[in-house]
Write a protein that binds this ligand. Structure first.
Ligand code: SAH
Ligand code: SF4
Length: 356
């Protein structure tokens, strides 16, 4: 029988599991502290837990779900890309991104992706499988352990923008966020977690109506200002129409201080012309304080169908949005020298990485 992984359990499930072993309830908090605060790498390091109990834990549960294959650190900005092997030999990636006064982690949620956006490398071989909750949570725990637990190394922000469509792996993503934000477990702030979706309307509504889904930030990969262009680059748009998507997100109830991020990959000659920027501004319309636009210059890869726009066109696109009083940022991708750009993660050039 497959052993369970305690990192698949939210706080309530962990407490129930402990009670089922006929252990005292405080054991749940003890185990949680070692896993999520101290981030130890084995049961043997849980020194205030009796040896008998540690033996039972070892026998019935598995520990880390990810095995580090290789990593590469950018010499330009210090971001680090990790390649992990899963128990079934599939591989996924995670990126650690140091920023001015905090650190962000970009996590993967699936091996591959079924959505099929034309500009995205992750989806090339379709969807292989969903990641388990533990495989998502372990990306955070194992990277934090790797970079160190010192305050300046602490990961405070997590973006679900790696491989995969998070809302297509709803239950496991939801539980991973419960674990990451529970004060009794990893204890990160809801406000510092962002889920990025390609805009699957019924899943977005499900998430907002789900009382048990922690209220995190939402990013939508819009990528085009009109139905025709969007359908061309994102086939999912045939069934999730742009107008309806905009109407739905326009009406979402947001927590104070939250804005929805509209991601927009800039593809040369396809969606980067000034008239596209004007159309985007019109699409956003009056409710502009509810949104901020994140412009992502396309990161090319071998055999890609698209090109990255010229820098002057990228800046002009931003300027046009500013003129409408829309807040727009350019995400000059970090870690370009290590192909770490969030959202175009892929297993390549493994031989060039540092072998573990
Ligand atoms: N599936 C989710 C999250 C992962 S993709 C989503 O689509 O939102 C994260 C972001 O990376 C998306 O906004 C996507 O449009 C962008 N992206 C994908 N491939 C890219 C590439 N080659 N260059 C730049 N951005 C890319
Ligand atoms: Fe999937 Fe996101 Fe890539 Fe689209 S951009 S194929 S949704 S990972």
């Amino acid at each position: 029988m497959e052993k369970i992984n305690l990192k698949d359990l939210n706080y309530k499930e962990l407490k129930d599991w402990v009670l089922n072993q006929n252990w005292k309830p405080f054991r749940a908090n003890q185990i949680a502290k070692w896993l999520y605060t101290k981030k130890v790498d084995s049961y043997d390091k849980m020194t205030d837990i009796s040896k008998d109990i540690r033996e039972i834990l070892k026998k019935h549960t598995q520990f880390d779900s990810l095995q580090l294959v290789s990593y590469k650190k950018s010499t330009k900005d210090g971001s680090i890309k990790f390649l992990w092997r899963l128990k079934d030999k599939n591989t996924i990636e995670t990126v650690f991104i140091p920023e001015d006064n905090h650190n962000t982690l970009c996590v993967s949620t699936q091996v591959g992706c079924a959505v099929g956006c034309k500009f995205c490398f992750t989806t090339k071989d379709g969807l292989i499988r969903n990641l388990s909750t533990a495989e998502i949570v372990d990306q955070y725990l194992q990277v934090q352990r790797f970079v160190g637990l010192e305050p300046e190394k602490r990961i405070s922000n997590i973006v679900y923008m790696g491989m995969g469509e998070p809302l297509a792996n709803y239950e496991n993503v939801k539980k991973s966020i419960q674990i990451l934000t529970d004060k009794n477990l990893a204890g990160l702030s809801n406000r510092k977690i962002t889920i990025s979706s390609s805009g699957i309307i019924h899943q977005i509504l499900k998430m907002y109506n789900d009382k048990e889904f922690p209220q995190v930030r939402l990013a939508i990969s819009l990528n085009a200002p009109d139905q025709k262009t969007r359908e061309e680059i994102m086939p999912i748009s045939q069934t999730n129409k742009l107008q309806e998507l905009m109407k739905v997100i326009d009406n979402l109830p947001l927590k104070a201080g939250y804005r929805i991020m509209l991601e927009y990959v800039l593809l040369k000659g396809i969606n980067d012309r000034p008239h596209h920027a004007h159309k985007l501004a019109k699409l956003i319309g009056k409710n502009k304080k509810k949104f901020k636009v994140n412009l992502i210059p396309f990161n090319p890869y071998p055999e890609a169908l698209y090109e990255r726009p010229e820098e002057k066109d990228i800046l002009l696109f931003q300027k046009i949005l500013w003129d409408y009083d829309i807040s727009a940022f350019i995400r000059w991708s970090k870690g370009q020298d290590i192909s770490a750009a969030c959202g175009q993660l892929r297993k390549k050039e493994i031989s060039n990485l540092i072998k573990i």
